[in-house]
Design a protein around this ligand. Sequence first.
Ligand code: NAD
Length: 501
Amino acid sequence: MATSDLSRIGHWANNKAFPGTSGRTAAVTNPATGAVTGEVALAHVEDCHAVIEAAAAAFPAWRDTSLAKRTAIMFRFRELLNERKGELAEIITGEHGKVLSDALGEVTRGQEVVEFACGIPHLLKGGFSENASTGVDVTSIRQPLGVVGIISPFNFPAMVPMWFFPVAIAAGNTVVLKPSEKDPSAALWLAELWAEAGLPAGVFNVLQGDKVAVDELLSHRAVKAISFVGSTPVAQYVYAAGTAEGKRVQALGGAKNHAVVLPDADLDLAADAMVNAGFGSAGERCMAISAVVAVGAIADELVAKIAERARLVRTGDGTRDCDMGPLVTAAHRDRVASYIDGAEREGAAIVVDGRQVVADGGRDGFWLGPTVVDRVTTTMSCYTDEIFGPVLSVLRVDSYDEALELINANPYGNGTAIFTNDGGAARRFHNEVEVGMVGINVPIPVPMAYYSFGGWKSSLFGDTHAHGTEGVHFFTRGKVVTTRWRGPSQGGLNLGFPQTV
Ligand code: NAD
């Protein structure tokens, strides 16, 4: 492709595309063909200032825009998104590689948060206590913070930003979204949709870039809060750097999600779930199942059922009715494949080997087929590290207690699931497991928009989860107003500490 055919992917500020002035760019590829399809701008500090300042300038008027008007814009955005989400899904498939139906699913889950945020007048209602002291009333209100930064990962270029920006905007904040440089176009499509929905200039902005842009968001005085999602080392860095600058930070990190299969489970249903949750989106989901914990004598039968299904998965171009697409980049595909090499060297059994997959897609696509690795131990690198690819590791244990101990000893705590027909065991599990999101016979327990999404331990730094009431809390701060109206005859000096009477 000639350089002039590449799409130029720039920033968005004040409801206009903004190419930036840094001269730095990164290549964007179609993972199903390996072709470079675009060049994304990588901001330098001046570009960051331009975008952040657009957001800062828009804040006072947006904060003071009535709830009725803000809500009307939210509803318009929801309607436009619902009508046109197919376009967004195609953009996601073209840069991320996930199959179209999955891309559409991601947008729909993001749309649920927009729908939740349409209820912002109810969510922002404060409290009122009449006559808290004689003639004194107390009101609590929640107000927006100002400019908020959202830094998102490659694996959900639409849904993860939508975990945050609908609530942030509805609550009266202005937003700077820094998408992943691997699939940056979805953010711009969403920005155009906001403009079409009537959102005033400067309320939703997009800053393309890498660490330079992230560091500027973390240090700029106008940015009051950061919502980050990505790998654990970067999440930890963002949390430490952002809070050191006095910002409110929620930083969601990596994952290693275990599914426990108890001996009484329906093994066919469990095997379906393992394959769906392990290989959907080529395992590039923070809630993907990557470790299957087979309890007791069922392991051979369970592995056989998983392997039989994994072999049926059609790997190929996401636009062609396949089940599973490519990995996001060639480097990531090679890294994931290296974990399969490592497992083989360390003595695990490669039951289904995705390294030799014949994919229904471009010769230079970033292909790796579904892989099932049995007899994995807790010291093997395919278990200790987050692989983030289509590799299911099976660990064999003798008892429920051993399975629980293994999960609780893992540094991550994003999602987990148990497969069983024993209600007592399931109840014990949800009570005892140290993980933020738990599925009972549900392999990917992503909470609905009106609950909050977030893991424990190294899967989340900060104390506030995404969306739901925690999201509303994150993007607002509380104020309490105490009021008394006295007549001229009720004055007089009293320097004592105010007490209720
Ligand atoms: P990543 O950490 O490489 O990148 C995330 C964001 O941080 C991107 O916008 C990127 O530009 C920026 N970034 C990367 N390196 C940086 C650095 N050194 N300094 C500052 N900023 C930097 O993550 P990724 O590869 O895009 O996404 C995959 C990861 O995200 C996986 O670990 C996955 O588990 C995690 N994830 C977690 C959740 C969750 O809810 N916990 C959800 C989705 C993805």
